[in-house]
Design a protein around this ligand. Structure first.
Ligand code: HSE
Length: 434
């Protein structure tokens, strides 16, 4: 059988890795796919020194690939929402299958892209968009297809995890570690996407859709970054037996779906609490399988290429199948997507870590306790440290039981109104992940 012809758009880290893996493992890949896969064209503005492209034709214009009648599959690896969006729509319009690693594109424009792909009977595959080399989309979409998924929680931004790990293990400052992550090539072009949780929210949006069978709704995801975290809170969390991780959490409740990215205290003995450096991990809890954990490299040249090539193999295997018999883009049949709403953050529920700075006066702890008890907030543990030498303030650390966020907001406003409480109350959500 003739080889399938693919065009790679973008020859950066992932594009270069994809070319190299396709070349190095060509024989194994052909044995798996049932046909050879030939890179027939590359669109790149500049060569990649880590990639020997030989005689493969190279163009500077990505649309040459989308319009090339020889190409069966367009691999979009340019990133961003604008040109990538146009490129993918053009490829679909021209009847080509698409493989993409672009989480922002899928999270923001996925509903439109999948509808267009269905009209044209083509596949859009996006395993590499979430957690780099970890095949978590396939695991949720296919491997866990017998389950009703209850929740998932993931460390899905390597840069943020690297920063938190260095802060905890080496006591390094946030800004200093971020610079190193950028030099290592893990950070997004705009690193605020990493540290403010936007990149993780893109990925969480995708995971939630395939877990619960809901349309992609990135605009409803709650995001909170890690740039405000201090070493003091990292250390207090540690003393209480927790680790702070930047977690994406999607949970199904009767009222709706929680979709939130924020720093989170996790018991230090959970496997996921021990995922360090740039590594990623996703826990998925299903009613039949229970909790499962998927771990691996969340970014990087060949780990991400591994997912791109796996998608290519899937596309090659499925391209001759009747489109109605293919795995649906969002795991559930498109006419069976649910309209279960995404909950606003005030309606989400978790336990909370509160760090209060109080004047060293009698009765402050009693006032704090009464503000919480008046609102039905149950305290699970409390730790009060001796007054700090430099300002005489007493750090008071509390962990509450689970409660709706709106109620904690109200309690925090009342706490900050106390004459003996100084400055803002630090609030970090706590998840047990069982
Ligand atoms: N900036 C992302 C990360 C790259 O740090 O995880 C992979 O999506």
């Amino acid at each position: 059988m003739k080889p399938v012809k693919v065009g790679i758009c973008g020859l950066g880290t992932v594009g270069g890795g994809t070319f190299n893996v396709l070349k190095r493992n060509a024989e194994e890949i052909a044995r798996r796919a049932g046909r050879g896969i030939e890179v027939a064209q590359i669109a790149a503005r500049r060569p990649n020194p880590k990639c020997e492209t030989g005689a493969t034709p190279i163009t500077a214009d990505i649309f040459d690939v989308a319009n090339n009648p020889e190409i069966d599959v367009v691999i979009e690896l340019i990133g961003g929402y604008t040109l990538a969006h146009e490129l993918v729509l053009k490829a679909i319009e021209n009847g080509k299958h698409v493989v993409t690693a672009n989480k922002a594109l899928i999270a923001v424009h996925g509903n439109e892209i999948f509808a267009k792909a269905r009209e044209k009977g083509v596949i859009v595959a996006f395993e590499a968009a979430v957690a780099g080399g970890i095949p978590v989309i396939k695991a949720i979409r296919e491997g866990l297809a017998g389950n009703r998924i209850n929740w998932l929680a993931g460390i899905i931004n390597g840069t943020g995890n690297f920063i938190l790990t260095e802060m905890r293990e080496k006591g390094r400052a946030f800004a200093d570690v971020l610079k190193e992550a950028q030099a290592l090539g893990y950070a997004e072009a705009d690193p605020t996407f990493d540290v403010e949780g936007i990149d993780a929210a893109h990925k969480l949006t995708i995971l939630a859709s395939i877990a619960f069978g809901i349309p992609l709704q990135f605009d409803k995801a709650y995001t909170e970054g890690i740039s405000q975290l201090t070493s003091a809170d990292v250390n207090y969390a540690e003393a209480l037996g927790y680790r702070i991780k930047h977690l994406g959490v999607a949970r199904r409740t009767e009222a709706g779906i929680e979709l939130r990215v924020h720093p989170t205290l996790i018991p230090a003995d959970r496997l996921i609490a021990n995922v360090n450096g740039v590594m990623n991990a996703v826990m998925v809890n299903g009613d039949a399988a229970g909790s499962t954990l998927f771990y691996g490299a969340g970014a990087g040249m060949e780990p991400t290429a591994s997912s791109v090539v796996a998608d290519l193999v899937d596309v090659v295997r499925a391209m001759t199948a009747d489109p109605t018999n293919r795995v649906p883009h969002l795991a559930f049949q498109p006419d069976s997507l649910s309209d279960h709403p995404i909950l606003p953050i005030g309606e989400c529920e978790s336990a909370y870590y509160l760090h209060i700075q109080a004047k060293d006066h009698p009765g402050v702890l009693a006032q704090v306790a009464s503000i919480l008890s008046e609102r039905g907030i149950n305290i699970e543990s409390i730790m009060q440290k001796e007054a700090e030498e430099h300002d005489g303030l007493v750090p008071m650390i509390l962990v509450t039981h689970r409660v709706k966020e709106a109620r904690i907001d109200d309690a925090i406003a009342a706490l900050e109104g106390l004459a003996d409480v100084v400055g803002k109350v630090v609030r970090i959500r706590v998840e047990q992940l069982v």
